[in-house]
Design a protein around this ligand. Structure first.
Ligand code: NAP
Length: 326
Protein backbone atom coordinates (compact mmCIF):
# COMPACT_ATOMS: atom_id res chain seq x y z
CA UNK A 1 0.00 0.00 0.00
CA UNK A 2 1.21 3.53 -0.66
CA UNK A 3 1.65 6.13 2.11
CA UNK A 4 -1.68 7.80 1.30
CA UNK A 5 -3.59 4.59 1.98
CA UNK A 6 -1.85 4.00 5.32
CA UNK A 7 -2.57 7.58 6.33
CA UNK A 8 -6.25 7.15 5.43
CA UNK A 9 -6.28 4.09 7.68
CA UNK A 10 -4.68 6.14 10.45
CA UNK A 11 -7.45 8.77 10.01
CA UNK A 12 -10.11 6.05 10.36
CA UNK A 13 -8.42 4.80 13.52
CA UNK A 14 -8.26 8.32 14.95
CA UNK A 15 -12.00 8.77 14.38
CA UNK A 16 -12.62 6.11 17.04
CA UNK A 17 -11.73 8.79 19.58
CA UNK A 18 -13.92 11.47 17.95
CA UNK A 19 -16.38 11.60 20.85
CA UNK A 20 -14.14 10.77 23.82
CA UNK A 21 -10.80 12.47 23.02
CA UNK A 22 -11.84 16.18 23.24
CA UNK A 23 -10.43 18.54 24.35
CA UNK A 24 -7.55 16.51 22.90
CA UNK A 25 -7.34 15.73 19.18
CA UNK A 26 -8.62 12.35 17.95
CA UNK A 27 -5.31 11.17 16.49
CA UNK A 28 -4.66 7.82 14.81
CA UNK A 29 -1.33 6.05 14.27
CA UNK A 30 -0.24 3.09 12.18
CA UNK A 31 3.16 1.35 12.15
CA UNK A 32 4.18 -0.56 9.04
CA UNK A 33 7.17 -2.89 8.54
CA UNK A 34 7.97 -4.70 5.28
CA UNK A 35 4.56 -3.75 3.94
CA UNK A 36 2.68 -5.20 6.92
CA UNK A 37 0.97 -3.42 9.81
CA UNK A 38 2.75 -4.19 13.06
CA UNK A 39 1.12 -1.66 15.35
CA UNK A 40 -1.86 0.65 15.48
CA UNK A 41 -3.32 3.02 18.01
CA UNK A 42 -5.73 5.87 18.61
CA UNK A 43 -6.16 8.39 21.37
CA UNK A 44 -9.12 7.56 23.53
CA UNK A 45 -9.39 10.27 26.17
CA UNK A 46 -7.44 12.98 28.00
CA UNK A 47 -4.88 11.61 30.43
CA UNK A 48 -4.61 8.26 28.60
CA UNK A 49 -1.71 7.39 26.23
CA UNK A 50 -1.57 9.07 22.84
CA UNK A 51 -2.10 7.11 19.60
CA UNK A 52 1.66 6.75 18.93
CA UNK A 53 2.26 5.18 22.35
CA UNK A 54 -0.43 2.53 21.83
CA UNK A 55 0.94 1.73 18.36
CA UNK A 56 4.58 1.55 19.55
CA UNK A 57 3.60 -0.76 22.38
CA UNK A 58 1.86 -3.08 19.95
CA UNK A 59 4.80 -3.05 17.52
CA UNK A 60 7.42 -3.70 20.22
CA UNK A 61 10.86 -4.36 18.68
CA UNK A 62 9.36 -4.30 15.20
CA UNK A 63 9.03 -0.51 15.49
CA UNK A 64 12.77 -0.16 14.81
CA UNK A 65 13.33 0.63 11.14
CA UNK A 66 9.58 0.85 10.48
CA UNK A 67 7.39 3.46 8.77
CA UNK A 68 5.14 5.22 11.26
CA UNK A 69 2.03 7.07 10.08
CA UNK A 70 0.44 9.58 12.41
CA UNK A 71 -2.36 12.00 11.53
CA UNK A 72 -1.07 14.87 13.69
CA UNK A 73 2.50 15.93 14.47
CA UNK A 74 3.74 14.03 17.57
CA UNK A 75 3.74 16.18 20.69
CA UNK A 76 6.99 17.50 22.09
CA UNK A 77 5.79 18.86 25.45
CA UNK A 78 4.87 17.40 28.82
CA UNK A 79 1.08 17.60 29.20
CA UNK A 80 -0.93 15.07 31.14
CA UNK A 81 1.35 12.44 29.53
CA UNK A 82 5.07 12.57 28.54
CA UNK A 83 6.03 13.80 25.05
CA UNK A 84 5.50 11.29 22.24
CA UNK A 85 8.66 12.34 20.37
CA UNK A 86 10.79 10.90 23.18
CA UNK A 87 9.04 7.53 22.82
CA UNK A 88 9.57 7.70 19.06
CA UNK A 89 13.30 8.44 19.42
CA UNK A 90 13.62 5.43 21.68
CA UNK A 91 11.72 3.15 19.27
CA UNK A 92 13.80 4.31 16.23
CA UNK A 93 11.35 4.13 13.29
CA UNK A 94 13.07 4.78 9.94
CA UNK A 95 10.51 7.24 8.65
CA UNK A 96 7.65 9.17 10.22
CA UNK A 97 4.77 10.27 7.96
CA UNK A 98 2.83 13.17 9.48
CA UNK A 99 -0.62 14.22 8.24
CA UNK A 100 -0.49 17.78 9.47
CA UNK A 101 1.66 20.07 11.64
CA UNK A 102 0.05 20.68 15.03
CA UNK A 103 -0.99 24.36 15.26
CA UNK A 104 -0.96 24.11 19.08
CA UNK A 105 1.66 26.70 20.07
CA UNK A 106 3.23 24.17 22.47
CA UNK A 107 4.08 21.91 19.50
CA UNK A 108 3.86 23.84 16.20
CA UNK A 109 6.73 22.17 14.31
CA UNK A 110 8.83 21.40 17.39
CA UNK A 111 7.95 17.67 17.34
CA UNK A 112 9.02 17.39 13.71
CA UNK A 113 12.21 19.39 14.32
CA UNK A 114 13.30 17.08 17.17
CA UNK A 115 12.68 13.96 15.09
CA UNK A 116 14.67 15.33 12.14
CA UNK A 117 17.50 16.50 14.38
CA UNK A 118 17.81 12.95 15.62
CA UNK A 119 18.15 11.47 12.16
CA UNK A 120 14.58 10.31 11.59
CA UNK A 121 13.21 11.07 8.13
CA UNK A 122 9.96 13.03 8.44
CA UNK A 123 7.51 13.33 5.55
CA UNK A 124 4.82 15.93 6.19
CA UNK A 125 1.48 16.62 4.53
CA UNK A 126 0.47 13.07 3.51
CA UNK A 127 -3.29 13.19 2.77
CA UNK A 128 -3.25 16.61 4.44
CA UNK A 129 -6.68 17.64 3.11
CA UNK A 130 -8.32 14.50 4.49
CA UNK A 131 -6.58 14.97 7.84
CA UNK A 132 -7.60 18.65 7.91
CA UNK A 133 -11.21 17.65 7.32
CA UNK A 134 -11.20 14.97 10.01
CA UNK A 135 -9.55 17.19 12.64
CA UNK A 136 -11.26 20.46 11.61
CA UNK A 137 -12.76 21.38 15.02
CA UNK A 138 -9.47 20.73 16.83
CA UNK A 139 -7.38 22.68 14.28
CA UNK A 140 -9.85 25.59 14.34
CA UNK A 141 -9.82 25.71 18.13
CA UNK A 142 -6.02 25.72 18.37
CA UNK A 143 -5.73 28.46 15.73
CA UNK A 144 -8.51 30.78 16.95
CA UNK A 145 -9.13 29.72 20.60
CA UNK A 146 -12.81 29.45 19.58
CA UNK A 147 -14.94 26.32 19.19
CA UNK A 148 -15.89 25.10 15.71
CA UNK A 149 -19.54 26.06 15.31
CA UNK A 150 -21.92 23.66 13.56
CA UNK A 151 -25.36 25.13 12.82
CA UNK A 152 -27.98 22.44 12.38
CA UNK A 153 -31.62 22.47 11.37
CA UNK A 154 -34.28 20.21 9.97
CA UNK A 155 -35.85 22.04 7.03
CA UNK A 156 -38.76 21.46 4.70
CA UNK A 157 -38.18 21.24 0.95
CA UNK A 158 -39.03 24.95 0.83
CA UNK A 159 -36.45 25.87 3.48
CA UNK A 160 -38.68 26.31 6.57
CA UNK A 161 -37.87 25.09 10.08
CA UNK A 162 -41.43 25.21 11.44
CA UNK A 163 -45.02 25.78 10.32
CA UNK A 164 -46.67 29.17 10.84
CA UNK A 165 -47.90 28.14 14.33
CA UNK A 166 -44.36 27.18 15.43
CA UNK A 167 -44.90 23.42 15.29
CA UNK A 168 -41.94 21.54 13.80
CA UNK A 169 -42.37 17.89 14.81
CA UNK A 170 -41.37 16.16 12.65
CA UNK A 171 -39.80 17.64 9.55
CA UNK A 172 -37.06 15.04 9.21
CA UNK A 173 -37.44 11.27 9.44
CA UNK A 174 -36.51 8.94 12.30
CA UNK A 175 -33.19 7.78 10.76
CA UNK A 176 -32.08 11.38 10.25
CA UNK A 177 -32.94 12.24 13.84
CA UNK A 178 -30.67 9.41 15.00
CA UNK A 179 -27.87 10.90 12.92
CA UNK A 180 -28.48 14.25 14.62
CA UNK A 181 -27.74 12.53 17.93
CA UNK A 182 -24.33 11.57 16.56
CA UNK A 183 -23.76 15.29 15.88
CA UNK A 184 -24.75 16.04 19.48
CA UNK A 185 -22.34 13.37 20.76
CA UNK A 186 -19.50 14.93 18.74
CA UNK A 187 -20.23 18.35 20.24
CA UNK A 188 -19.25 19.38 23.73
CA UNK A 189 -21.97 22.04 23.93
CA UNK A 190 -25.41 22.63 22.38
CA UNK A 191 -27.00 26.07 22.06
CA UNK A 192 -30.66 26.93 21.44
CA UNK A 193 -32.70 30.12 21.70
CA UNK A 194 -35.36 30.77 24.33
CA UNK A 195 -38.25 30.46 21.85
CA UNK A 196 -37.12 26.98 20.89
CA UNK A 197 -36.69 26.03 24.55
CA UNK A 198 -40.22 27.26 25.33
CA UNK A 199 -41.95 25.90 22.24
CA UNK A 200 -40.22 22.50 21.87
CA UNK A 201 -38.99 21.76 25.42
CA UNK A 202 -35.97 19.98 23.85
CA UNK A 203 -34.01 17.63 26.14
CA UNK A 204 -30.73 18.66 24.42
CA UNK A 205 -29.06 15.38 25.33
CA UNK A 206 -27.61 12.44 23.41
CA UNK A 207 -30.08 9.58 23.37
CA UNK A 208 -30.04 7.79 20.07
CA UNK A 209 -26.29 7.30 19.86
CA UNK A 210 -23.82 5.50 22.14
CA UNK A 211 -22.03 8.10 24.24
CA UNK A 212 -21.04 8.26 27.88
CA UNK A 213 -20.67 12.01 27.78
CA UNK A 214 -23.41 14.58 27.55
CA UNK A 215 -22.86 18.00 25.97
CA UNK A 216 -23.23 21.20 27.98
CA UNK A 217 -26.80 22.45 27.41
CA UNK A 218 -26.91 26.21 26.84
CA UNK A 219 -30.05 28.32 26.34
CA UNK A 220 -29.85 31.94 25.17
CA UNK A 221 -32.50 33.65 27.27
CA UNK A 222 -32.05 37.36 27.93
CA UNK A 223 -35.49 37.84 29.45
CA UNK A 224 -35.38 34.92 31.89
CA UNK A 225 -38.46 33.19 30.45
CA UNK A 226 -37.02 29.68 30.46
CA UNK A 227 -37.13 27.20 33.36
CA UNK A 228 -33.47 27.02 34.51
CA UNK A 229 -33.71 23.23 34.95
CA UNK A 230 -33.90 22.93 31.16
CA UNK A 231 -30.23 23.88 30.77
CA UNK A 232 -26.80 23.59 32.35
CA UNK A 233 -26.20 27.24 31.55
CA UNK A 234 -28.64 30.04 30.82
CA UNK A 235 -26.95 32.86 28.98
CA UNK A 236 -28.70 36.13 29.62
CA UNK A 237 -27.76 39.80 29.89
CA UNK A 238 -25.78 41.28 27.05
CA UNK A 239 -23.02 38.70 26.64
CA UNK A 240 -22.21 38.74 22.92
CA UNK A 241 -22.16 35.48 20.97
CA UNK A 242 -18.46 35.99 20.30
CA UNK A 243 -17.74 36.42 24.02
CA UNK A 244 -19.79 33.32 24.76
CA UNK A 245 -17.72 31.35 22.24
CA UNK A 246 -14.51 32.77 23.69
CA UNK A 247 -15.55 31.52 27.14
CA UNK A 248 -16.43 28.08 25.76
CA UNK A 249 -13.11 27.94 23.89
CA UNK A 250 -11.27 28.68 27.14
CA UNK A 251 -13.15 25.80 28.76
CA UNK A 252 -11.69 23.46 26.12
CA UNK A 253 -14.88 23.05 24.13
CA UNK A 254 -13.85 22.18 20.57
CA UNK A 255 -17.26 21.96 18.89
CA UNK A 256 -20.55 23.72 19.56
CA UNK A 257 -23.81 22.64 17.94
CA UNK A 258 -26.30 25.47 17.39
CA UNK A 259 -29.72 23.89 17.01
CA UNK A 260 -31.83 26.97 16.36
CA UNK A 261 -34.31 28.38 16.13
CA UNK A 262 -34.26 30.71 13.16
CA UNK A 263 -33.45 33.89 15.10
CA UNK A 264 -30.46 32.37 16.87
CA UNK A 265 -29.19 30.80 13.63
CA UNK A 266 -29.51 34.20 11.95
CA UNK A 267 -27.52 35.91 14.71
CA UNK A 268 -24.68 33.40 14.40
CA UNK A 269 -24.68 33.76 10.61
CA UNK A 270 -24.82 37.58 10.70
CA UNK A 271 -21.83 37.64 13.04
CA UNK A 272 -19.82 35.29 10.82
CA UNK A 273 -19.54 32.69 13.57
CA UNK A 274 -20.68 29.55 11.72
CA UNK A 275 -18.07 27.16 10.28
CA UNK A 276 -20.35 24.32 9.21
CA UNK A 277 -24.02 24.08 8.33
CA UNK A 278 -25.95 20.81 8.50
CA UNK A 279 -29.42 20.82 6.96
CA UNK A 280 -31.66 17.78 7.14
CA UNK A 281 -34.18 18.30 4.33
CA UNK A 282 -37.39 16.37 4.96
CA UNK A 283 -40.14 15.45 2.48
CA UNK A 284 -42.57 18.23 3.45
CA UNK A 285 -43.59 21.67 2.21
CA UNK A 286 -44.57 24.26 4.82
CA UNK A 287 -45.51 27.22 2.65
CA UNK A 288 -44.60 30.88 2.69
CA UNK A 289 -45.75 31.54 6.26
CA UNK A 290 -43.46 28.86 7.70
CA UNK A 291 -40.47 30.04 9.79
CA UNK A 292 -37.27 30.74 7.86
CA UNK A 293 -34.12 28.82 8.72
CA UNK A 294 -32.27 32.14 9.06
CA UNK A 295 -34.87 34.53 10.44
CA UNK A 296 -33.22 37.95 10.30
CA UNK A 297 -30.59 37.64 7.61
CA UNK A 298 -31.20 40.34 5.03
CA UNK A 299 -29.98 39.66 1.52
CA UNK A 300 -31.32 42.11 -1.05
CA UNK A 301 -29.47 41.03 -4.13
CA UNK A 302 -27.41 38.09 -5.39
CA UNK A 303 -24.24 40.13 -4.95
CA UNK A 304 -24.84 39.93 -1.18
CA UNK A 305 -25.52 36.18 -1.17
CA UNK A 306 -23.40 34.07 1.16
CA UNK A 307 -21.55 31.34 -0.69
CA UNK A 308 -20.86 27.96 0.84
CA UNK A 309 -18.77 24.90 -0.05
CA UNK A 310 -20.46 21.51 -0.20
CA UNK A 311 -18.83 19.09 2.26
CA UNK A 312 -21.09 16.09 1.86
CA UNK A 313 -24.51 14.65 1.06
CA UNK A 314 -26.12 11.66 2.77
CA UNK A 315 -29.56 10.14 2.53
CA UNK A 316 -31.44 8.88 5.60
CA UNK A 317 -34.68 7.28 4.49
CA UNK A 318 -36.58 10.15 2.86
CA UNK A 319 -34.44 12.88 4.46
CA UNK A 320 -31.42 14.36 2.68
CA UNK A 321 -28.56 15.62 4.84
CA UNK A 322 -26.64 18.46 3.25
CA UNK A 323 -23.39 19.41 4.88
CA UNK A 324 -21.89 22.79 4.00
CA UNK A 325 -18.75 24.66 5.00
CA UNK A 326 -19.01 28.45 5.25
N1 NAP B 1 -36.63 22.51 12.43
C1 NAP B 1 -35.66 22.69 13.29
O1 NAP B 1 -34.57 22.13 13.17
C2 NAP B 1 -35.89 23.61 14.46
C3 NAP B 1 -34.89 23.72 15.42
C4 NAP B 1 -35.10 24.60 16.48
C5 NAP B 1 -36.27 25.33 16.53
N2 NAP B 1 -37.21 25.17 15.60
C6 NAP B 1 -38.45 25.97 15.65
O2 NAP B 1 -38.07 27.33 15.63
C7 NAP B 1 -39.01 28.08 16.36
C8 NAP B 1 -38.29 29.02 17.31
O3 NAP B 1 -37.40 29.83 16.58
P1 NAP B 1 -37.34 31.39 16.77
O4 NAP B 1 -36.57 31.96 15.65
O5 NAP B 1 -38.69 31.92 17.02
O6 NAP B 1 -36.58 31.56 18.14
P2 NAP B 1 -35.17 31.06 18.72
O7 NAP B 1 -34.11 31.35 17.74
O8 NAP B 1 -35.33 29.69 19.23
O9 NAP B 1 -35.05 31.99 19.99
C9 NAP B 1 -34.95 33.38 19.79
C10 NAP B 1 -34.84 34.05 21.11
O10 NAP B 1 -33.60 33.73 21.73
C11 NAP B 1 -33.19 34.81 22.54
N3 NAP B 1 -31.83 35.23 22.23
C12 NAP B 1 -30.86 35.50 23.15
N4 NAP B 1 -29.75 35.88 22.56
C13 NAP B 1 -30.00 35.88 21.22
C14 NAP B 1 -29.21 36.21 20.09
N5 NAP B 1 -27.95 36.60 20.21
N6 NAP B 1 -29.77 36.13 18.87
C15 NAP B 1 -31.06 35.72 18.74
N7 NAP B 1 -31.84 35.39 19.76
C16 NAP B 1 -31.32 35.47 21.00
C17 NAP B 1 -34.16 35.95 22.26
O11 NAP B 1 -35.11 35.97 23.30
P3 NAP B 1 -34.81 36.78 24.66
O12 NAP B 1 -34.84 38.21 24.27
O13 NAP B 1 -35.85 36.36 25.57
O14 NAP B 1 -33.45 36.38 25.10
C18 NAP B 1 -34.85 35.54 20.97
O15 NAP B 1 -36.14 36.04 20.85
C19 NAP B 1 -39.93 27.09 17.04
O16 NAP B 1 -41.12 27.02 16.33
C20 NAP B 1 -39.19 25.78 16.93
O17 NAP B 1 -40.07 24.68 16.83
C21 NAP B 1 -37.06 24.32 14.55
Amino acid sequence: MDPAKWMLEAITLGQKGRITAPPNPWVGCMIVKDGKRVGEGWHESPGTPHAEIHALKQAGNLAEGSDLYVTLEPCSHFGRTPPCVQALLKAKPKRVFVGIVDPDPRVSGEGIRILKENGIEVICGVEEEAVRKSLAPYLHHRKTSLPWVVAKAAISCDGKIAAQDGSSKWISGKEARSDAHCLRAESQAIIVGSNTALQDQPSLNVRDYPSERQPLRIILDRRGRVNPSQADRIVGNELSLLDLLKDLGKEGILQVLVEGGGKVLASFLNEGLIQELVLYTGPVILGEKGLAVFDGVEIHTMAQAKHLKLKGVEVFGETVKLNWLT
